[in-house]
Every structure is written in structure tokens, then in C-alpha cells.
Design a protein around this ligand. Structure first.
Ligand code: 2DT
Length: 212
């Protein structure tokens, strides 16, 4: 029993621009880890299932208008409302693969012109990821992939600004993968990074909080 052994799960985050392949790579990673018998769950932010998440969803669909700072704090609250569950899953040995996290929170709001430090402040005290995989695809290449939806942030000019802010956020927990490589290559690189991360956490790497 992993809990008796005191080994914990890993918090693995995938970040990247819209159309970078995050969502499908998260799904591939989770099904691979499950097939290896690893206890793992697939999460995403925003989590649209909560009441805060529904407010966020309506905003993204352009059904409601909200002040930039207000929506920023709602995105952050949406992570806070999941924090204790996240911590108990991790401590009980379940790993979480999360599609977007605080880095999206900061990069997207900062791209609107909000101060980066102000954007980071409400994220302080959330659980720090053990590994952040950034799928690097230029805004232009991502746009060429087509399929931008009709949601609020899904256009090239804005994605260019987001890319600049993501670049400023990279720290020691980040691994950048070229998202333009063949899908299988990306998948294999992610697997290797994830397995390595899981081993370190199992071996006792402590849980820490943002912002590192
Ligand atoms: P999806 O298309 O992945 O559902 O994202 N966003 C996301 C923010 O502005 N702040 C955040 O904290 C998070 C997690 C990125 C919906 C959009 O919401 C943006 C794209």
C-alpha cells in the first residue's frame, strides 16, 4: 500500500498555447500510466463543473462580461477550491496530470496588461507542480493547425502576447518540448519525463507550494 510506504503521487502539469496539443497529450499520458498500473487521474483547469467554474465558462463563451481582475481571481479561486482534494490525492499516492494550472492563470491575465506580480499573488500557497511540461508551438504554427474555437482568447494577436508571458514564467520545474515534432515523439518524451518525476516523488521529494 503506497500510503503505508509513505510514497506520494506527482503533480504533473501540461501548459502551452491553445492548439499546442496539451489536451490530447494529457489523455495519452494518463492512459499510458494507467496501463502501467499507476494510480493517476486526469484533471483540467478551469474545472467548469463547479459553480465558480460555470461563471468562468460563461465568461469564456462571451455570455458575460467581467472586469479583468475579477475573472483572474475567479480562475484562482477555481484552483483553491480544489487544493485540499489535490493534496489528499497526492499524499495518498495518486498522481494528477493537469491540463493548465497557475501558469495559464498568470500568462493569460498578464497578456491583458495586468501586472505579473499582482497576477501571481493569489496563486501563492497552491501546490507547486513537480513537473511542468510546456508544449512549445509558435502562435503562428498553432493558428495554422486550425480549429481555434469561438472562445474569448482564441485568436492570434492575443496568443502572441500569452506566449511572451509564458516565456517569462519558466523555472526549474519546466521541461520544454517541441510541440511540432511528430505526435509519437512528443508522447515518448512526455512519458520519460513523467516516469522520472514519479520515481523522484515516490522516493520522497517533498510537496511544496507556489510560488517557487
Ligand atoms: P481551456 O480551453 O483549456 O478549457 O482553457 N485560462 C485558463 C485563464 O485565462 N486562466 C487560467 O487560470 C486558466 C486555467 C486559457 C480555457 C481558457 O482559459 C484560459 C484558455
Amino acid at each position: 500500500n503506497s500510503q503505508l510506504l509513505g510514497s506520494r503521487g506527482s503533480l504533473i502539469v501540461l501548459e502551452g498555447l491553445d492548439r499546442s496539443g496539451k489536451t490530447s497529450q494529457s489523455a495519452k499520458l494518463v492512459s499510458y500510466l494507467k496501463s502501467e498500473g499507476i494510480s493517476v487521474e486526469s484533471w483540467r483547469f478551469p474545472d467548469r463543473s463547479t459553480s465558480v467554474g460555470q461563471m468562468i465558462s460563461a465568461y469564456l463563451a462571451n455570455e458575460t462580461q467581467l472586469d479583468d481582475r475579477t475573472i483572474h481571481l475567479l480562475f484562482s479561486a477555481n484552483r483553491w477550491e480544489k487544493r485540499s482534494l489535490m493534496e489528499s490525492k497526492l499524499r495518498n499516492g495518486t498522481s494528477l496530470v493537469i491540463d493548465r494550472y497557475s501558469y495559464s492563470g498568470v500568462a493569460f491575465s498578464a497578456a491583458k496588461g495586468l501586472d505579473t506580480e499582482w497576477c501571481k499573488a493569489p496563486e501563492v500557497g497552491l501546490i507547486a507542480p513537480d513537473l511542468v511540461i510546456f508544449l512549445d508551438v509558435s502562435p503562428e504554427r498553432a493558428a495554422e493547425r486550425g480549429g481555434y474555437g469561438t472562445e474569448r482568447y482564441e485568436h492570434l494577436e492575443f496568443q502572441r502576447k500569452v506566449a511572451q508571458h509564458y516565456a517569462n514564467l519558466q523555472d526549474a520545474s519546466w521541461k520544454v518540448i517541441d510541440g511540432c515534432l511528430p505526435v509519437e515523439d512528443v508522447e515518448n518524451q512526455i512519458r520519460e519525463l513523467a516516469l522520472n518525476c514519479l520515481a523522484k516523488c515516490r522516493a520522497g521529494k517533498p510537496l511544496t507550494n507556489l510560488w517557487l
